[in-house]
Ligand binder design. Structure first.
Ligand code: SME
Length: 138
């Protein structure tokens, strides 16, 4: 309802802010666990639309993070065998889980057209962003 609409709007604004301002962030999205289903659902994004708005737990980089609860930094997507390609231009990806009250409820996912662009600073920054998002989801 209206509270969710405004949260979705704010999530989209965060995606747009990151995608516009960080040159090597080419696609930015938030996936959330989808109710009782063992899958993630895309809730907000900036960049090219993707066909992968539903991702089963365990599948791809995102689906793996849904079960490991750990950051996943992929310097070269071609070196991954459990990977879901969204665009032929993507060279690297980072996924950082989003915790509310200690529970992994979703994640921020970023694709890059630059090879090996992500550092520890990106991880720390995205953990901070997710912490702020956790406050508005509360
Ligand atoms: N590459 C992801 C799928 C989501 S798209 O990047 C938007 C994965 O392997 O889980």
């Amino acid at each position: 309802e209206s509270k969710n609409l405004s949260v979705d709007h704010r999530l989209t604004e965060v995606c747009e802010l990151l995608e516009k301002n960080i040159p090597y962030y080419d696609w930015v999205g938030f996936y959330f666990k989808n109710g009782d289903k063992n899958e993630l659902k895309l809730r907000a994004f900036a960049g090219e639309p993707t066909d992968h708005d539903i991702i089963p737990f365990g599948k791809g980089i995102c689906g793996q993070v849904a079960v490991t609860n750990k950051n996943f930094v992929v310097p070269d997507v071609k070196a991954q065998d459990n990977y879901i390609a969204c665009s032929i231009y993507v060279k690297a990806e980072i996924v950082v889980p989003l915790f509310v009250n200690g529970e992994n409820i979703g994640q921020i996912d970023i694709d890059s057209h630059t090879a090996d662009p992500f550092s520890k600073e990106d991880e720390l920054f995205l953990e901070f962003v997710n912490g702020e998002i956790a406050k508005i989801l509360g």
